[in-house]
Design a protein around this ligand. Structure first.
Ligand code: NDP
Length: 426
């Protein structure tokens, strides 16, 4: 069934939930959970962390009709930042009309490391490890047999000598973790390798832990945007496209800009990572390390113009070790709603969706920055936040917001004064 999302953002919360119901986007349990705001129960939260006192809520939204590899997804977002969902929805709509996103999963394996120090004979130690590679891989698999039964397991092992301020012999283990992110799987395997590696090298192991620099879990998303969607005026559209290309080049050259460029990308990525119960610290750490792989911190996207097709081409590549199993994924009812909304994607499909959202968010931010400027769209949202902070009721918000915008004077004090005025007049 073709779904029309026109005017969705203008509808009331109840009307939006009714639309999800009418289109059967969620199963009955999840629809009920959303309608009654049945989120994480306190008893479950108490099992997830320590010293728990309460749960902490954030807005749960979604971006409709994101087309990734010819599939249409309704993508859940958890974010407190105004305009992020609106910007992603705007970009997703334009990119859908231009054929959607195409993605490539380069690989999906996790890397962990055992670092050894005080190794007397480095050359002999490296040789010894290489000669016992198969046995070490088998030992790793024996430490976590269930992932082997699921079709995954240790795949490769390599060793490197780091000779800097201190000397380390580092053993890197690569593991296929299937649908899991794999931190616990890797850590179990690596700990099992510590003693055998000490025996093989004569050194001491310092630590055995997963690396979040997941260079064996890279995902690329691309899109080609028809220039006519940038502006009705052809020369203005070309001008915007050229400036978007320049903006991506600027973010490759200036780390001050790159940091903000990538923050915008993570506005979307983090929102979906959170909504799907994944570890956003792990995703951020890996992607920022990847952004620095050339020796300086760079923007994660590249934009270019294809003259023949008159399209603006975007590309993002980053490590996305996304999971659909493990961690808190099965525990949080809202995460279950997210997976239902997304039609139960695999870990690879979810990584493709998340990379595409990152590219969409970047497109929306760059287009705004090089044309109207970011503040233009933010003004109304800023005024709305001030109205809420000033204590305006639902019936007072619209008037207070419009007065703040017309005055272009955004301060809490001014919002409170206007609100008082409105109340005195009514
Ligand atoms: P878990 O150990 O929670 O879950 C993985 C388990 O899920 C597997 O061992 C497997 O157990 C089960 N499972 C069920 N179905 C599948 C499937 N199809 N594919 C794979 N596994 C499946 O999580 P991870 O090992 O993934 O670790 C992630 C957690 O670790 C996150 O909560 C993260 O925050 C945390 N963490 C992160 C660190 C980091 O990033 N540096 C460090 C330490 C922890 P079985 O086969 O036995 O059923």
């Amino acid at each position: 069934m073709k779904i029309s999302w026109t005017g969705f953002s203008k509808k009331s919360l109840q009307e939006r939930l009714q639309i999800l119901k009418d289109y059967h986007l969620l199963n009955e349990d999840n629809q009920t959970n959303l309608e009654h705001n049945h989120m994480l129960p306190l008893s479950t939260a108490d099992q997830m962390s320590e010293n728990v006192l309460a749960t902490f809520a954030l807005p749960y939204s979604f971006v409709p009709d994101v087309v990734v590899d010819e599939q249409v997804y309704q993508v859940p977002f958890v974010t407190e930042e105004p305009s992020v969902v609106a910007a992603a929805s705007f970009a997703a709509k334009i990119i859908k009309r231009s054929g959607g996103f195409k993605t490539t999963i380069h690989n999906r394996q996790m890397i962990g490391q055992v670092s050894l120090y005080q190794v007397a004979n480095i050359e002999a130690a490296i040789k010894n490890i290489q000669n016992h590679k198969q046995e070490l891989l088998e030992l790793a698999n024996q430490a976590h047999p269930s992932i082997v039964n699921r079709g995954g397991g240790a795949r490769d092992l390599r060793v490197e000598w780091l000779n800097g301020e201190a000397e380390f012999l580092v053993v890197y283990l690569t593991v296929d973790t299937q649908e899991a992110m794999g931190a616990n799987i890797l850590n179990t395997m690596l700990e099992a390798l510590k003693t055998p590696l000490e025996e093989l090298t004569g050194g001491e192991s310092l630590m055995a832990i997963l690396s979040n620099y997941a260079t064996e879990a890279l995902v690329t998303a691309t899109c080609e945007i028809d220039l006519r969607f940038l502006s009705r005026n052809k020369s203005e559209a070309i001008d915007i496209a050229k400036k978007i290309v320049l903006a991506s080049q600027f973010a490759k050259q200036d780390p001050y800009r790159a940091s903000t460029h990538n923050k915008g990308i993570f506005n979307g990525i983090d929102a979906v990572v959170l909504a799907t119960g994944n570890d956003w610290r792990a995703i951020e750490a890996g992607a920022h390390a990847y952004a620095s792989r050339n020796g300086s911190y760079q923007g994660l996207t590249t934009w270019s113009i294809k003259e023949v097709t008159q399209t603006l081409c975007g590309e993002i590549t980053l490590p996305l070790p996304i999971a659909t199993k493990g961690g808190s994924i099965g525990l949080n009812p809202t995460v279950k709603v997210s997976f239902d909304l997304l039609k139960q994607p695999t870990a690879k499909e979810l990584a493709s969706i998340i990379a595409s959202i990152g590219l969409a968010q970047n497109f929306a931010a760059l287009k705004a920055l090089v044309s109207t400027g970011i503040q233009h769209g933010h003004m109304k949202l800023q005024a709305k936040s001030l109205a809420l902070l000033a204590g305006a009721k639902d019936t007072e918000i619209a008037l207070l917001v419009s007065q703040l915008i017309s005055e272009k004077h955004f301060s809490l004090k001014r919002a409170q004064e206007i609100l008082e005025n409105i109340r005195q007049k009514s």
